[in-house]
Design a protein around this ligand. Structure first.
Ligand SMILES: [Zn+2]
Length: 268
């Protein structure tokens, strides 16, 4: 009887031992697979240098990077020559590049610049201009950026459906927008990409039309009085004024018949 009890006890002990061993083995296995999953997750988080997205080529079909000789940082400040089958042209066709545009696409350049916004942060800017002022603009905008000169927005006017008033009212700085001077067949300087407007909301275009004051943009009225003190005001002491005039541009704020404080142009 005692012997049977002992055998029974041993059997129970063996079964228990087996159970314990099996349990540890199982939990060790599941621990392993958990850590494998963890490893896999970390692997997907960390970019694999081999498969990592390479920086996009800055030029697409129909686009050729301008060869610049005197622009220091061509990685961020560069110009692109583009054709009618380029993505750039698709963005401006029928908008700033209107159907009756008399300026050949080959005369235009797309510029990529950086600027410091009103938030103090670095932003990317896009400009379409005439090739004759492309180098000037790249140098000027790089100098403005280095000086942390605040420019709120530098988007293509096409993002406002090429509507000047909408672009100006949004304080967007822009250059090319094809148009003739009213009642003439002469292309305006913006129409030829030879004029650029900077922070237009704070630097409105003011003129008298039929005895009444015209302000463009209309919401720039608080900034018509140039003796008042307010930020982003372009005057002779302003760095943008100094850089543009040093590059041979004339300032609309110096005009006598009207005042276009946002405007710099370099006509042939
Ligand atoms: Zn202008």
């Amino acid at each position: 009887m005692k012997k049977k009890l002992l055998i029974g006890f041993i059997v129970i002990l063996i079964v228990l031992t087996c159970a314990v061993v099996l349990f540890y083995h199982k939990s060790a296995e599941s621990y392993d697979s958990e850590s494998e999953v963890e490893e896999e997750m970390t692997a997907t988080e960390e970019p694999d240098p081999e498969s990592a997205e390479q920086p996009q080529e800055s030029t697409q079909p129909g686009e050729t990077k301008m060869t610049t000789t005197n622009v220091k940082d061509t990685e961020n400040f560069y110009g692109i020559e583009f054709t009618e089958d380029s993505e750039i042209f698709a963005r401006i066709k029928g908008k700033s590049y209107k159907d009756d545009c008399t300026i050949p696409v080959s005369d235009l350049r797309y510029l990529h610049v950086l600027h410091v916004g009103f938030d103090g942060q670095t932003h990317e800017g896009e400009i379409i201009c005439n090739k004759s002022i492309a180098e000037d603009l790249l140098e000027i905008f790089e100098a403005l950026y280095e000086a942390e000169y605040p420019i709120e927005k530098i988007k293509l006017v096409d993002e406002y459906n090429a509507e000047d008033e909408a672009s100006m009212a949004d304080n967007n700085s822009s250059c090319f927008n094809f148009r003739f001077i009213s009642h003439t067949t002469k292309v305006s300087n913006h129409g030829a990409g030879l004029a650029i407007d900077i922070n237009p909301l704070y630097n409105p275009y003011v003129k008298t039309v039929d005895g009444a004051l015209s302000i463009e943009p209309a919401n720039g009225a608080p900034y018509v009085d140039r003796s008042a003190d307010f930020p982003y005001k372009i005057d002779e002491n302003d760095l943008a004024y100094q850089l543009f005039t040093a590059h041979g541009f004339t300032w609309g704020g110096a005009w006598t018949s009207s005042k276009d404080y946002q405007h710099f142009e370099k006509a042939d």
